[in-house]
Design a protein around this ligand. Structure first.
Ligand SMILES: Nc1ncnc2c1ncn2[C@@H]1O[C@H](COP(=O)(O)OP(=O)(O)OP(=O)(O)O)[C@@H](O)[C@H]1O
Ligand SMILES: [Mg+2]
Length: 325
């Protein structure tokens, strides 16, 4: 079983959209998945049609009381369960302030339960984090072994990354969780064909390549930049209003296509991923118009595969050149 926290303290970068649709895509691949909504905004719960009603069991009861995760989880689709959130969870930050071991509550609960309410084990547990680095996010990080960071390829995205990596390192060291690893960074709301998106993804790729040399023992030394980029797609923004994952709302959309690709990558099916992308050599819907010709080895029109993009510096100094110690 893999437990993955989808984390970025920056708001609106695609954490929830990725948590929900990655979880749904993995379930459609035959995996058994639990989606844990750690955000008091309850967007992941709402996305899958679970209205946060006052008094209904939720992650708040898991964090502040005796409730098990299984006791609050609800079935949302075949092989997909959700541990829902509600606004009360915001109070947990304050309620837990003086509690000893408050950073490991979720970890303790999840360690004691490996199975879904139907008794069979999960393959994946995906945790949607709130846009902060408070106790709820720390609980997600101590409970997970893996982290995926969704990033919007905007130059401001770089500013938060150093702080995020520091937090991961602190959890790994001070909270005694050396197994914690950053699995990868996924670009969301990606405007394929724009120079800025290409430049930001180049810089981040270079940063992680350098970090691999500089800090080979760090939790992010093996981080991938996922080849799948989640393109900006209006259907992804519409789906939550209908309480449906993108696969139920519009299975033929680019959004469904991208999240199915990401799930294949995360699930480690390189051959299937390559085959899916080979079949995509024909132009896809919403083809982006490149602002200028892509350099050698740069993105296809689909904005998918870019193994050897040259680095382009677009502002200096790059905040990622800061030392992470
Ligand atoms: N690929 C996409 N194309 C179009 N819209 C998107 C895409 N991904 C996310 N969105 C929209 O962008 C907004 C922010 O996305 P989302 O809620 O997933 O981000 P978040 O990081 O979880 O935000 P928060 O920090 O508030 O939890 C939402 O309105 C969502 O529907
Ligand atoms: Mg969110």
């Amino acid at each position: 079983m893999r437990t993955i926290a989808i984390m970025n303290q920056k708001g609106g970068v695609g954490k929830t959209t990725t948590s929900v649709n990655l979880a749904a895509a993995l379930a459609r691949r035959g995996k058994r998945v639990l989606l844990i909504d750690m955000d008091p905004q309850a967007h992941a719960s709402l996305y899958l049609g679970i209205e946060p009603t006052a008094g209904a069991p939720s992650v708040y009861d898991v964090m502040t009381g005796d409730a098990s995760v299984a006791s609050v989880s609800r079935n949302a689709a075949a092989r997909l369960w959700v541990a829902p959130s509600q606004l009360d969870l915001a109070g947990a930050e304050v309620e837990l302030a003086g509690e000893i071991g408050r950073e490991r509550i979720l970890r303790g609960k999840l360690a004691a339960e490996q199975t879904a309410p139907d008794g069979a084990p999960y393959d994946y547990r995906i945790i949607d984090c709130p846009p902060s680095l408070g106790v709820l996010t720390i609980n997600a990080l101590t409970a997970a072994e893996e982290i995926i960071i969704p990033l919007q390829p905007h130059f401001l995205a770089l500013h938060g990354l150093g702080k995020l990596l520091q937090t991961i390192k602190l959890v790994a060291t001070r909270l005694d969780h050396p197994a914690l690893r950053l699995s990868g960074v996924v670009f969301c709301l990606y405007d394929a064909g724009t120079t800025l998106a290409r430049e930001v993804s180049n810089d981040i790729r270079n940063f992680f390549a350098e970090e691999k040399e500089r800090n080979p023992g760090s939790p992010w030394a093996g981080a991938e930049i996922y080849r799948t980029k989640i393109r900006r797609n209006i259907r992804l923004a519409e789906a939550p209003s209908f309480g449906q994952s993108i696969f139920d709302y519009d299975p033929k959309s680019n959004g469904a296509d991208d999240y199915a690709d990401l799930a294949a990558e995360v699930d480690g099916c390189k051959r299937e991923f390559a085959a899916r992308n080979k079949n995509k050599s024909a132009p896809r819907k919403e083809p982006p118009a490149p602002e200028k010709p892509a350099p050698n080895g740069a993105e296809t029109a689909e904005g998918k595969i870019d193994p050897a993009e040259p680095s382009v510096s677009y502002f200096a100094p790059n905040p990622l050149s800061m030392e992470i110690d």
